[in-house]
Design a protein around this ligand. Structure first.
Ligand SMILES: Cc1cc2nc3c(=O)[nH]c(=O)nc-3n(C[C@H](O)[C@H](O)[C@H](O)COP(=O)(O)OP(=O)(O)OC[C@H]3O[C@@H](n4cnc5c(N)ncnc54)[C@H](O)[C@@H]3O)c2cc1C
Length: 394
């Protein structure tokens, strides 16, 4: 199967978006793919790739023009993330993270906040971190313990965040904290912008992860960190809804990452199967391998359609429940497909697939995180079921 992105380019994309996606595909092939194995091996954040994505305007895609972005559609953004993830999933996280971290500011920020923070994020001058998860609060956001206590014209933040992407790299950190413990998650949590040079803010342990090597994930620690009122995003108590609205959009990017890494592994495995000879003929000529190729290709296309459908729901401003359902389905299905396809790609390469000389084992390790971050597969199922049950009559 020829799985080149442009083959299925959707007619909804503008001419500029098509050109942008072609440019991202070229960059991915010429500049990012040659770095992918090295990034994984050295586990060093790829500043050169971040700069490349910034210089070429790719990081501008999820930002509106008035904040220095290009205001690309969610669909175009999904194509771009997929194209980068196909060759290097950790590099695609640079793009996906810039959207995730900026979304609370974009969705709920004041005029002053959007004008100060979004342009340097769109240009790539600053990186951003999204601090929600804590040691005791992963899937269960309501278990957050980081406190933000109001004292006159400012809040004092105390607590800690865990597994935060861009920890120690970001200039801007969006921190979710409890402002009113009596009100529970919905109404009791608020989001704050904390710049990394704020006294009382520091970075703790950096994790040694299975995949997406080169991304930096770790603890953010807040010890009496002062956030002026002007740094609260939206009204006090808006944090929970803001986190949900952010995930509703950002899940499309993770679905696109999953499709990208699945395509990367699949394309590599198919080429390998054409060349590897066993029992006197290329293994691609054995029917058992052909069935596998057919199944994997079908699953990738189905995942991609779900991701594109979710992106289109967002672009069309679908009602929240419809968008939530579509984006959660896309992430759930695409991440399971990514794990399955990359695992089968390793199998298709046999012993060679298990070695670090071939890219498929890296892709398999990278794929796993798509089933975990921004809501595990189990949480996506709960989200989908709730969206259905809330919108259907008893
Ligand atoms: C590399 C990496 C990067 C990350 N980046 C960020 C980031 O930038 N910002 C951020 O805020 N967070 C980030 N995270 C955190 C991530 O979102 C959480 O790890 C994830 O939401 C799961 O939370 P947990 O790890 O605490 O698992 P838990 O919530 O403890 O879940 C453990 C298991 O139980 C299952 N489970 C939990 N509740 C239920 C239930 N009700 N029904 C059925 N099954 C259930 C889960 O699906 C999972 O399989 C990152 C994580 C990693 C590993």
């Amino acid at each position: 199967m020829d799985t080149t992105t442009m083959e299925t380019l959707d007619s909804r994309l503008s001419a500029e978006e098509r050109l942008m996606i072609e440019a991202v595909e070229s960059l991915a092939a010429a500049r990012i793919e040659p770095r992918a194995a090295e990034i994984d091996r050295t586990n060093a954040y790829p500043w050169d790739i971040k700069d490349l994505l910034a210089e070429q305007g790719v990081l501008m895609m999820p930002f509106p023009a008035k904040y220095g972005g290009v205001g690309a559609s969610e669909l175009a953004f999904a194509y771009a993330v997929e194209a980068v993830a196909r060759v290097s999933m950790t590099s695609s996280l640079i793009l996906a993270m810039q959207q995730l971290g900026a979304l609370p500011i974009l969705l709920g920020g004041s005029e002053e906040q959007t004008r100060r923070y979004l342009p340097p994020l769109a240009s790539g001058e600053w990186l951003v971190a999204y601090g929600l998860t804590e040691p005791g609060a992963g899937s269960d956001i309501s278990a957050i313990r980081t406190r933000a206590e109001r004292q006159g014209d400012h809040y004092v933040l105390t607590g800690g965040k865990q597994f935060i992407t861009n920890a120690g790299l970001a200039h801007v950190n969006v921190i979710f904290a409890v402002t009113d413990p009596a009100r529970g998650a919905n109404g009791g949590i608020s989001a704050f912008i904390v710049e990394s040079d704020t006294p009382g803010f520091r970075v703790g342990k950096i994790e040694d992860t299975m995949g997406i090597r080169g991304s930096q994930n770790g603890e953010l620690l807040l010890d009496g960190c002062v956030a002026p009122l002007a740094n609260r995003i939206g009204q006090e108590g808006d944090g929970y809804q803001l986190a949900l609205a952010t995930f509703d959009r950002a899940r499309v990017g993770i679905g696109a990452q999953a499709v990208g890494v699945a395509r990367g592994a699949f394309d590599y495995a198919v080429q390998y199967a054409r060349q590897r000879v066993q029992f006197g003929k290329p293994i691609a000529e054995h029917e058992g391998i052909q069935f596998l190729i057919a199944d994997l290709a079908t699953q990738i296309d189905a995942a991609r359609l779900l991701v594109h459908q979710a992106a289109i729901r967002l672009d069309d401003h679908a009602p929240t429940a419809a968008a939530t359902r579509a984006t959660a389905m896309a992430k759930l299905f695409a991440s399971d497909v990514a794990m399955h396809v990359t695992t089968e790609a390793v199998q298709l390469l046999g012993g060679y697939g298990y070695t670090r000389e071939y890219p498929v084992e890296r892709m398999m390790r990278d794929a796993k995180i798509t089933q975990i971050y921004e809501g595990t597969t189990q949480m996506q199922r709960l989200t989908i079921a709730r969206a259905i049950l809330e919108t259907t009559a008893a």
